[in-house]
Design a protein around this ligand. Structure first.
Ligand code: SF4
Ligand code: FE
Length: 482
């Protein structure tokens, strides 16, 4: 079975015996929990799209590893066309869910480990690439989701891992024994962690010799003994507890993150992909960052499409859609959104083959794309709120419409333009609220700053990757300096 159905995926997470806590309580089924269900449904959509014949061509690929048709979210990209198709697929998913659908972090991490395990073997004579290929075959053949666990808790940011007063502030190997290793630490902000079958762990930064125990990469099933997921809170997440409540804005989907604790977890040798080769950690982080920074020019652009559509719908309900300043603001929103997409497509278009044969995006353009992502969604959200008006945050609950005493007032006075349905206008406002201030803002705004690395990380890479010597020599030649 190379492709799971959406229902098979949901059942597989329901059956998973992983240890998950949500707001202080252990939950037996993530997919049946009112707060955690929408994120699971967003992930499930990656399966539904691969099944649907209208989208299957984009959402599946021919695996050179297994020879079978696999979900593109498990595919190793072996050409520029693959890199571009991934970005296109992520935009489609963003349009369909209006949130982080979580599956791409694992995809980008697998593409990274495929390349880095090969290069580590070449440098150190290890056998990581074959091990990783075996893991990948397992993922592709069973259509699994592996969560990418990268960011450590980091403790005192001024100190490297090995000099932290508490050595567990970065995940590390605490014991090497026959048949495997034992690891301890915690990974933070793990996108889709609770909706994943496997967890892949990689280092979070470049490392020195003293930090060798922190140079570790591996994959284990999410229900491995010693692993605990602690679910992250989001703004307005308890609106999901309102049964069938339309005030949630996004009625079906959401993103999610979790703290993942590894308390002396045993990792069998065949699942270890880096173990002490510290010079490879920085290369791994940079390659993953490039892949994932370009990914944002797919997913966030799709969410931007939804936000622009909702804003236009509200303008029409208000009767302002032909006002010159509204037209100008909508044009500005589209311009910003498409600029984000252009960066990602350009990074993919200038992709290159790594020694392993897997393709990687152009790192400079991927970082430029992501630096824009740290800014433009905020401007798009500001313009959406500008056009939507203050009702966005002062409107009565949509539930008030059903009350026989006040319902008629709410409907009459929130009508907007004659003929516009006031329910439709209110629902669009709630959706804009969700994406710019509610659970959706975690995906669209805060994640746009910090996900895949904060802005300063992109500035460092842009500075390092730019060809300043060529730029200077061009200037010197043209003004006559020898
Ligand atoms: Fe995918 Fe975007 Fe979420 Fe990253 S932020 S996992 S690229 S949807
Ligand atoms: Fe992310």
């Amino acid at each position: 079975m190379a492709l799971k159905t959406k229902e098979q995926y949901i059942d597989s997470i329901r059956d998973l015996a992983h240890r998950v806590f949500i707001q202080g309580e252990k939950t037996s089924s993530v997919v049946d929990h009112p707060i955690a269900r929408p994120p699971a449904m967003a992930m499930a959509e990656t399966y539904a799209r691969a099944e649907d014949e209208r989208s299957a061509a984009l959402f599946t690929a021919q695996s050179p590893i297994t020879g079978e048709t696999v979900n593109r979210f498990t595919h190793i990209q072996t050409g520029v066309g693959d890199l571009i198709d991934k970005i296109r697929m992520l935009r489609e998913m963003g349009r369909g869910t209006a949130c982080c659908f979580q599956r791409c972090a694992g995809l980008d991490c697998m593409n990274t480990l495929y390349a880095i395990s090969y290069e580590t073997d070449e440098a150190y004579g290890t056998d990581y690439h074959n091990r990783f290929r075996d893991f990948l075959k397992h993922v592709q053949a069973n259509d699994l989701v592996p969560a990418a666990c990268m960011t450590d808790s980091k403790g005192d940011r001024s100190l490297p891992p090995s000099r932290q007063p508490d050595k567990d502030q970065y995940l590390r190997v605490v014991e090497r024994k026959k048949g495997g290793i034992v690891v301890r630490g915690a990974k933070l902000h793990i996108t889709g962690g609770v909706n994943s079958h496997e967890v892949i762990v990689v280092p979070t930064r470049a490392l020195r010799e003293d930090d060798s125990d922190y140079a570790v990469a591996f994959a284990v099933p999410a229900d491995t003994k010693g692993i605990t997921f602690i679910y992250g809170r989001q703004p307005s997440d308890t609106r999901r507890l309102e049964v069938d409540g339309p005030d949630i804005g996004n009625l079906y989907y959401g993103g999610c993150e979790a703290m993942v604790v590894f308390n002396d977890v045993f990792v069998p040798e065949d699942r270890v992909f880096l173990n002490g080769e510290y010079p490879m950690a920085g290369k791994l982080v940079e390659l993953f960052a490039a892949h994932h920074r370009a990914s944002y020019g797919g997913c966030k652009v799709g969410v931007g499409d939804v936000l622009i559509g909702a804003t236009m719908g509200v303008a029409e309900a208000h009767g302002t859609e032909t006002a010159a300043h509204v037209k100008d603001k909508i044009a500005e929103m589209i311009h910003l959104n498409e600029t984000l997409h252009s960066g990602a497509l350009a990074a993919a278009g200038k992709g290159y083959a790594t020694p392993s044969g897997a393709y990687a995006v152009d790192p400079l353009l991927a970082n430029v794309c992501k630096l824009n992502i740290t800014r433009f969604p905020f401007e798009i959200a500001r313009l959406a709120q500008d056009i939507a008006g203050g009702l966005l945050v002062t409107m009565p609950s949509l539930g008030d419409r059903e009350n026989p005493d006040i319902g008629p007032y709410v409907k009459k006075y929130l009508m907007g333009r004659e003929g516009a349905e006031s329910d439709r206008r209110a629902r669009l406002l709630r959706l804009i609220e969700n994406i710019t201030m509610g659970t959706g803002a975690v995906s669209y705004l805060t994640e746009s700053i910090h996900g895949a690395g904060s802005p300063q990380a992109q500035k460092i890479m842009i500075t390092r990757l730019s060809d300043m010597e060529t730029a200077k020599s061009c200037a010197y030649r043209i003004c006559g300096i020898k």
